[in-house]
Design a protein around this ligand. Sequence first.
Ligand SMILES: C[S@@+](CC[C@H](N)C(=O)[O-])C[C@H]1O[C@@H](n2cnc3c(N)ncnc32)[C@H](O)[C@@H]1O
Length: 252
Amino acid sequence: MANFYETEKAVSEYLLFHYGTKADVLPFGGPEAALNYPARCVSECLDIHLLPAQARGLDLGCAVGRATFELARHCETVVGIDFSQRFVEVATVLREAGTMIFSFADEGELTRKATATLPPDIERERVTFLQGDAQTIPASIGQFDVVLMANLIDRLQNPMQCLIGIEPCIQAGGQLIITSPYTWLPEYTPKAHWLGGFLRNNQQVHTFDTLSEILLPRFELLSRKNLPFLIREHARKYQWSIAEATVWRKKS
Ligand SMILES: C[S@@+](CC[C@H](N)C(=O)[O-])C[C@H]1O[C@@H](n2cnc3c(N)ncnc32)[C@H](O)[C@@H]1O
């Protein structure tokens, strides 16, 4: 399948998703609690009191980078990694310039212009963006005090490989934040690699239970909550989803 995340449609939708104002995203009103999802993945999930001084953060599947920048409020350095070269290019422009003009769909072929602007109190130079595969992160990248996987696991070929592979890259006491609406689709994840959403021996398998099986030997569960989010397709059509956010702390 051609990679949707390399397309200009995806760049536009994700710039709006990560940086759009309320007026841009919801011109006719709507579920405001679902706005600013990438920022809430950090503000509502990360326990900043558990971070050491000079913490390192990693945002896997960072897209155009909003959550990566938000992690820089609390971490001295943050790496954002995405498989999409185009997303990494756009995130890097935002790191350099702090702002970017983009177009987004309004109706049919009609578009509107908006400006993506980083919050001015975020130190952009703390952040680095890299193209890479979340399923094969090399040990040479070092260890992190927080790893965020926002809406990533159900877009991977092999999410179990990602979860097992990232464990050595997390410091003892470090946090792993996983948010996902668990939208399992064979276009992204072969069914044999789904973590939930199917029957096994006539028993329902849910993603949270599989995450617990994989992680609990080496992590404790710190929190579990619902995080709504909204991706605008055009002025009158949205994807409204409710991700589950689970936060895991690596045992010593
Ligand atoms: C649904 S989007 C979520 C993006 C962002 N975290 C957010 O919450 O808006 C999934 C992201 O994962 C990225 N991705 C997919 N497969 C990947 C892989 N193997 N390694 C790294 N990133 C990947 C996509 O390019 C896309 O940016």
